[in-house]
Design a binder for this molecule. Structure first.
Ligand SMILES: *[C@@H]1O[C@H](CO)[C@@H](O)[C@H](O)[C@H]1NC(C)=O
Length: 617
């Protein structure tokens, strides 16, 4: 086997992965776990913390709401409820039996002033204020009585007497009850123009925006409401999360449709391709054999040669060569289809990749690699059963192929079935002791199962038997980092970086650089060194989504919010799957929205500063 092979390994920190792709180092699970484990402040607008979890992003307050606060809130809620009951009791009392409601209210309204645009002109300020109060009270009674159109009339008259934001907000409650969302937006917007921190109006407008499917607007309002409220309102916080998901999903879908289909970073491609043991070239196409340049076979051979070079350019060349091989026709059609499909899959063209693999299997059912690749595509599309069926079919054709067990183990790993995963890694090792990645991944699995001692023993054995493979040091380092053995972890990352540089100067795997950045940040809060490492990784592999996302988080930590936002958006653009795009966009949207709130509500800055003083970072 090649000693320089890199392979798709599951990250140590991997929690529930969004992507079902068993062979990608899932960026987002790494970062999410990194954040939730270390409880770092991702974006500090005062006390605001965005914590990513497997399920999404939560805003929580650093200054934990004390018990007395929530008690206060409960009390005020109770008071409100009492008042509501009283209001509706009054409204009930208004109903005189035997009378029609209309007659009833008009008889009662006898004590009420009737106001219109003209008559209001002749009233004094005192009169206007007192009329407004009476009309509003009557409006509240009508509202309590579910007579919304009457309530709207009364609030409108109250507004003629006095333009009070409360009356606009009151009237919007009626439109809200009637489902007239546009009018809700109009009234709450007017109320908010008079009192920008009117939380009730803000929440009501947010809901109306959401009903109108104006998700970004709703998100902005809910976020502002949370900040004004000091993140004490659980419902608003949940709304932020819900809207964040909706906005990110909608944008992610659009992004995916417009996204040019291109290969991901060479780090990703190498990791995927090298999870399969190298196979000899098909007969007649061996390295060095000269072929007719106009033949498909020539292009197939060129593609296979390019794959071995492992650089971004070489992968581009390989992708094109496989397309050409298929266009010109080749004597190894099943192989050409397998490779064309593989590159389509890498470019994110899942459906047509799946077709190529299926045709390849029809032409040559004995190529177990095709089943395995098709299984990884099915998994990414969320079809676990199809993946399982393909693994079984592969075993039926060649039960001695270690690749099958390695990849099935990856599936178990992703699903959190660590005992099954360990069994399959062991089976793969039994069949081929020389494939380093089964050993590494077994060590990581043991670690996840809590068998720290056997995991460490596995890694020490790996170092003994594969002392020239950088990945061993990289993943060993990750486990050490997880145990907060920073010094040792960084030593391992340094070794991995050195070996990567020496063995693959052109197509170096940048993960050890990023891991070292995380370690330095976690250990010493050394932002500048961590940033430098990420920059170095990006110089070597500009499309590396993990490097971009790590950079975004580092910038956020330092309050460099605008730049962080740029990096989050770049990370989304670089992501391959919809789930990863949505995840990146959730961060981007959370960041963008909070920036917008800051710009829109400059007066909140001091409030947030005060909160920051309490909560700290
Ligand atoms: C009208 O506003 C007052 C004051 O905010 C509030 O107590 C009352 O519940 C509101 N009524 C409606 C229908 O929103």
């Amino acid at each position: 086997m090649s000693s320089t092979a890199g392979a798709p390994l599951q990250p140590v920190h991997s929690i529930a992965t969004h992507s079902a792709n068993p062979t990608s180092t899932s960026l987002w699970s790494r970062l999410s776990a990194f954040i939730s484990e270390h409880k770092v402040v991702v974006y500090t607008v005062g006390a605001v913390v965005v914590v990513a979890t497997a399920g999404g992003i939560y805003y929580i307050s650093q200054s934990a709401p004390g018990d007395d606060e929530s008690a206060k809130e409960k009390k005020s809620k109770k008071d409100r409820r009492k008042k509501d009951v009283k209001d509706s009791a009054e409204a009930q009392a208004d109903k005189v039996p035997g009378d029609s409601r209309k007659a009833c209210s008009s008889s009662l309204d006898n004590s009420l002033p009737e106001v219109d645009e003209n008559s209001v002109e002749s009233l004094t300020v005192e009169q206007r204020n007192s009329y407004a109060a009476k009309l509003k009270a009557a409006g509240n009674r009508a509202y309590g009585n579910h007579d919304y159109s009457r309530a709207i009339e009364l609030y409108s008259q109250a507004l003629l007497c006095k333009r009070d934001p409360i009356f606009f907000s009151n009237r919007s409650a009626c439109y809200n009850a009637l489902g007239d969302w546009t009018k809700v937006v109009d009234d709450t917007t007017t109320a908010l123009s008079m009192d920008p921190e009117y939380v009730k109006a803000l929440n009501r407008r947010a809901n109306a925006f959401e009903q109108l499917k104006m998700y970004s607007e709703a998100l902005l309002d809910y976020t502002a409401s949370c900040i004004i409220d000091g993140f004490r309102n659980e419902a608003s916080a949940q709304s932020v999360e819900r809207l964040l998901k909706k906005v990110a999903e909608a944008k992610g879908k659009a992004m995916l449709e417009e996204k040019p289909k291109k290969l991901p970073s060479p780090t990703f491609v190498s990791n995927y391709l090298q999870s399969f043991r190298p196979r000899p070239f098909p007969s007649g196409l061996e390295d060095g054999i000269l072929l007719d340049e106009a033949s498909g076979d020539y292009h197939l051979q060129r593609g296979l040669e390019a794959v071995k070079r492992k650089t971004a350019d070489a992968y581009e060349e390989a992708g094109l060569a496989f397309e050409q091989a298929m266009e010109l026709g080749t004597s190894h059609e099943a192989t050409a289809l397998n490779w064309r499909g593989t590159f389509k899959y890498l470019r994110g063209e899942s459906a047509s990749a799946l077709e190529d693999l299926s045709r390849s299997i029809e032409l040559d059912p004995s190529m177990t690699q095709s089943y395995i690749k098709r299984a990884s595509m099915s998994l990414e599309l969320g079809d676990r059963d199809a993946a399982a069926a393909d693994f079984q079919a592969a075993i039926d054709h060649n039960s001695e192929d270690p690749d099958i067990y390695y990849h099935r183990a990856q599936l178990h790993f992703i699903c959190g079935e660590f005992a099954d995963a360990a069994k399959d890694y062991q089976k793969s090792i039994e069949l081929d002791r020389d494939f380093i990645f089964s050993h590494i991944q077994l060590g990581v699995t043991q670690y996840k199962m809590g068998s720290i001692a056997s995991s460490m023993a596995t890694f020490r054995r790996c170092i003994k038997n594969f002392d020239k493979v950088p990945d061993v040091y990289n993943y060993y380092g990750e486990l050490l980092l997880d145990q907060q053995k920073y010094q040792e972890a960084i030593e391992k990352f340094d070794l991995a970086i050195e070996m990567e540089k020496q063995t693959k100067p052109m197509g170096m795997n940048v993960l050890p650089l990023i891991n070292k950045a995380l370690a330095l940040f976690q250990w010493k809060q050394d932002f500048s060194e961590a940033e430098k490492l990420c920059e170095r990784a990006l110089l070597l592999d500009p499309d590396c989504d993990i490097a971009v996302a790590t950079m975004a988080q580092l910038l956020l930590q330092q309050g460099k919010v605008h730049r962080a936002l740029e990096y989050f958006e770049r990370a989304a653009a670089l992501s391959r799957t919809e789930a990863e795009i949505v995840n990146a966009l959730s961060y981007a949207e959370a960041t963008r929205t909070q920036l917008q709130v800051q710009e829109k509500y400059p007066q909140l800055a001091s409030k947030l500063q005060g909160m920051a003083g309490l909560g700290g970072r």
